[in-house]
Design a protein around this ligand. Structure first.
Ligand code: PMP
Length: 378
């Protein structure tokens, strides 16, 4: 039996998603843009799913745009906002610990001549919202900060930073990559003072290839693509009704259980920390007040990849640092104050409410064996 402890990389599709998708594939395969009633049925399904996502955000359904996932949402938001507002204002402020898709979008803008300011967390690994807000000036068109870091689970001070920015520079567009917080915390764009919010389906028990972008009413985004008028013209192309319906159903199924699931995984994470504390060579990298869904730790003298493969052979699946970087170091751990030597020895364990306490025990037993059997790195 596989032990899956990598839910920050992707989650297992839930029953609600699978049955909604199967139904769409079998029966409701119309094109939502078609004028006949078969197309209209498909359109109603898309609008139903949009309402499900909007209900979680506490926003109007018309502010939710379906995309192919968070990478695309981040690009539509960041490039679209910079191109719409950055004709005269050419500065973008971001954190130094963003996901590769936000970093990448900012690099594309940098290559176009925008100035990108990357704010590092303090020496204690904590991002100071006032320091972030202080980097915003009259030349700034856009700021972007993630809600929960995918490598460590640090919860970023989005609300405080964005509130100050909106007070001091109301014209600046605020974007938040909320992928690792969505359906784990109540995510309200309004309370976050965010004009744009990115989320992904496959992190919340829906399928890969679907995500959404919240866009506050009135916020302009330049189109990255031209084609049909789907999704307000921002994401033209025939909508994937099965993926959208599955996303809506997955979100609907999780909506009432945010608090219970958080409490449950908080227990799992605490148990994992308790068992790991018996190892004298393990350092916990995640902060105590981080997301209960993510635990990053380093095993001194062992290479992440070697440990990961050892665990994998035992059917225990975890990540080294961040799964998205495929073993490539992103520099994010160092930004959070983790020594480069330990960063190279880091594993990320991430939970969902399907995990059992026995999974934690099996992981820690396998780690104990790995430390005895594997050679130390030089
Ligand atoms: N942002 C964050 C914080 C993430 O963790 C991820 C996925 N690892 C993404 C963006 C990209 O998501 P997607 O796979 O849906 O493109």
């Amino acid at each position: 039996m596989a032990i899956y402890l990598d839910s920050a990389a992707t989650t297992c599709p839930g029953e609600a998603c699978i049955s909604a998708m199967t139904d769409m594939l079998r029966t409701h395969y119309g094109n939502p843009s078609s004028l006949h009633s078969f197309g209209l049925d498909a359109q109603l399904i898309v609008e139903g799913a949009r309402k499900q996502i909007a209900a979680v955000f506490g926003c109007e359904p018309g502010t939710v745009i379906f995309t192919s996932g968070a990478t695309e949402s981040n690009h539509i938001a960041i490039l679209g906002a910079a191109h719409a507002y950055g004709r005269r204002k050419r500065r973008i402020v971001t954190s130094a610990v963003e996901h590769a898709s936000v970093r990448g979008a900012c690099e594309l803008l940098e290559a176009e001549g925008y100035e990108v300011i990357r704010i590092e967390p303090g020496a204690d690994g904590v991002m100071d919202p006032a320091a972030f807000a202080a980097a915003v000036n009259d030349d700034t068109c856009l700021v972007t900060m993630m809600l929960v870091n995918n490598e460590t689970g640090h919860v970023m001070p989005v609300q405080k930073a964005f509130a100050q920015i909106k007070r001091e520079h109301p014209d600046v567009i605020t974007h938040c990559d909320a992928v690792q917080g969505f359906m784990k915390y109540p995510v309200s764009p309004e309370k976050l003072f965010a004009d744009l919010v990115t989320v992904s389906g496959h992190k919340v028990h829906a399928c890969k290839g679907i995500g959404a972008l919240y866009r506050k009413k009135g916020v302009r985004l330049a189109n990255l693509m031209k084609g049909g008028e789907q999704e307000g013209g921002l994401r033209p192309g025939t909508e994937s009704v099965p993926l959208i319906a599955g996303f809506g159903a997955a979100v609907g199924a999780l909506r009432g259980t945010i608090a219970q699931r958080a409490e449950y995984v908080t227990g799992l994470r605490a148990e994992c920390i308790r068992q790991l504390s018996a190892f004298d060579d393990v350092t916990i990298n995640s902060p105590d007040n981080g997301s209960p869904y993510i635990l990053s730790f380093s095993v001194k003298g062992r290479k992440s990849e070697t440990m990961l493969h050892f665990l994998s052979e035992k059917g225990i699946y975890v990540s080294s640092g961040s799964a998205c970087s495929k073993g490539k170091q992103s520099g994010v751990l160092e930004s959070f104050g983790i020594h480069p030597d330990l960063a190279d020895s880091t594993l990320r364990v991430s939970f969902c409410s399907e995990n059992k306490p026995e999974d934690i025990t099996a992981l820690c037993e396998a780690l104990r064996e790995a430390r005895e059997r594997l050679v130390r790195k030089r």
